[in-house]
Ligand binder design. Sequence first.
Ligand code: SF4
Length: 83
Amino acid sequence: MSGVKVWIDQDLCTGDGICEEVAPAIFFGAEDGLYYVREANTEVPAEPTHSFHEPVDVPDNLLEATIEAAEECPGECIFLDVD
Ligand code: SF4
């Protein structure tokens, strides 16, 4: 793991899906039209398991894409926490 965690503030999410386009192994869209993080490289859950301040670990190989998603997020609602 990279020592970095990521979470999304769904209150600010515009639902455009850019995060999933950039890093589909960690971001996904749910039925409510908002986007969520999930444990990296696991199957997309039927319902979100992590929302708001509940982060997931970012593996080393997804760190660059996760940072890019946060930079491109129009809602500025993807947050990275460093241990
Ligand atoms: S890029 Fe940001 S605003 Fe767009 S869907 Fe993802 S979290 Fe929401």
